[in-house]
Design a binder for this molecule. Sequence first.
Ligand code: BDR
Ligand code: CA
Length: 327
Amino acid sequence: MIHEFGNIYRIEGGGGISITKKVLLFCDPGIDDSLAIMYSMIDPEIELVGIVTSYGNVTKDQATANAAYLVQLAGRNDIPIIPGASKPVQQEDVTFYPEIHGEEGIGPIRPPSNMQYQIYPFDTIRLIMERYRNELIIVDTGRSTTLATVFILFPDQIKLVHSFYVMGGAFFVPGNVTALAEANFFGDPTSSNFVLKFAHNLTIAPLNATQFAILTPDIVDAISKNTKNIYAFMMAPVFEYYYEFYKKQVPGIPGAPIHDLLAIMLVKNPAIVDYIHYDANVIEGLEARGMSYIDYRPTSKTGETRIAIQLHYEEFIEEFNKVMLPE
Ligand code: BDR
Ligand code: CA
């Protein structure tokens, strides 16, 4: 059953003068993270000013190699790749998800074994926050450990960030890693809670909206045939791998949800979802680990965080095609 929310807001906008958005992406590629990177690399209105890679779908080292590969394919070796956390704060063991994302994170695609790439020290994040003061947008599509660490290490510079977008959570809808929890908030709930509490100007893209951000085989087929899309050669095999998992997970699903892509799309297309405004929390322990919730009682206070609760699918696909099918 899908919960019906009252007090739903839509941000009007889109169109008009476009200003390039400066995005520092925290991620764990991962197929949907990879699609978020591809979309950002191709979209002229998004400027990726750095990619911070962590454990999650795959190991930190693999996530780092995958991010480096995707930027190299676009000839953008100038984008700093900054390795972050290798594990959550709660435990030593980390569970990876090869059945969803492939042994190495991009389905059957592997970065060349002889690939050379440079990695940047963690302090680069501080420099980026200073350099792009008041305009930097942080998007986190992975476990929250690394972003929480940035708050702790660089408390003055984090105040200079313009806004935060986090993919995570499931508000009164089923989780995807447990009955209650979504994978990013389950991975390190302490850090997720910390980020939700301290991030200002925060938008959350939870499963409520992202589970409907589905790519279907016909869309992928069109991209595969597009000679101007630098990632066209890998779209079909990557999608097929990912879709096979979702077909088993959600029988009858017409395509595969690209959760992380929606989070980055909201940066410049806020109106493709509707929002509720509440402060969000994550449960840190035991059976409910990673479960996200808001105080939704009729007399409770609303909050500042925008939580994407409903997707406008046609507009999502229109935007995706606009970027991924260059003419
Ligand atoms: C989130 O979990 C990860 O596995 C995906 O990359 C996405 O960030 C979806 O729950
Ligand atoms: Ca991810």
